[in-house]
Design a protein around this ligand. Structure first.
Ligand code: ZN
Ligand code: ZN
Ligand code: ZN
Length: 218
């Protein structure tokens, strides 16, 4: 790029800035005249026309209307967006142009309105409470039933299966994979929701030897 090119670009930029400045001034004057012509409710309508009908910064609109930014923000009325809540079918209203663009664009991922989301959240937390209650009931059932009965539950059978698999289907004492494998409780503290360190996988001979030296049955 030569010096002339740079100067040329600079000139273009200045021209562009000047045009933008002019456009801004024109917009300001037109908006001011349009709003000033009306009174009361109609004036508010017109401020809304200017806001929703243009991309002008809200500070520029406020300036043109002779109002504070805060006041203009309060006068802007939400507009319908044509998009509906997937839950209750209520139409979404946009409270700002940014929001309107967002709803129009692909950024819009949430097809539920606030009411529906609140309802859904309540439903979910109620559901979670019910499930938690059921889990607690089941846990207390597993903890209080006779031990021999406990060993026949799906819960224990499933856990024991995983424990054997985790041990590579070998005795964790003698490493044999020949004899059938028992899953021995090292502690009963977590009965009903065991963790792997709570048990040890032993082959039948090792398990028997272990219990022969005076441990309780498991
Ligand atoms: Zn809804
Ligand atoms: Zn063994
Ligand atoms: Zn045992």
């Amino acid at each position: 790029m030569t010096f002339d090119d740079v100067m040329c670009l600079k000139t273009h930029q200045l021209e562009f800035e000047y045009l933008a400045f002019e456009a801004k001034a024109d917009f300001h004057d037109a908006a001011a005249a349009y709003v000033a012509e009306a009174v009361d409710a109609e004036r508010v309508d017109r401020i809304n026309d200017v806001y929703w009908g243009s991309d002008a910064k809200i500070s520029l609109i406020a300036e043109a209307c002779g109002l504070t930014l805060h006041k203009v923000n309060k006068l802007i009325r939400p507009v319908p967006t044509g998009k509906k809540c997937g839950g209750c079918g209520a139409e979404f209203m946009a409270h700002s142009r940014t929001r309107l663009k967002e709803i129009d664009s692909n950024k819009w991922h949430d097809p539920s309105c606030k009411d529906c989301r609140t309802r859904e959240n309540t439903r979910c937390s109620e559901q979670r409470a019910v499930e938690k209650n059921l889990r607690l009931k089941e846990l207390s059932r597993l903890r209080t039933m006779p031990y021999s009965e406990y060993l026949q539950t799906e819960h224990w059978k499933g856990f024991a299966r995983y424990a054997r698999k985790r041990a590579g289907f070998r005795c964790q004492l003698c490493n044999s994979n020949k004899a059938s494998l028992n899953v021995h409780h090292r502690t009963y503290e977590n009965r009903g929701c065991e963790h792997y360190p709570d048990v040890i996988v032993l082959c039948k001979p090792c398990h028997e030897k272990f219990h022969n030296i005076g441990e309780r049955n498991a």
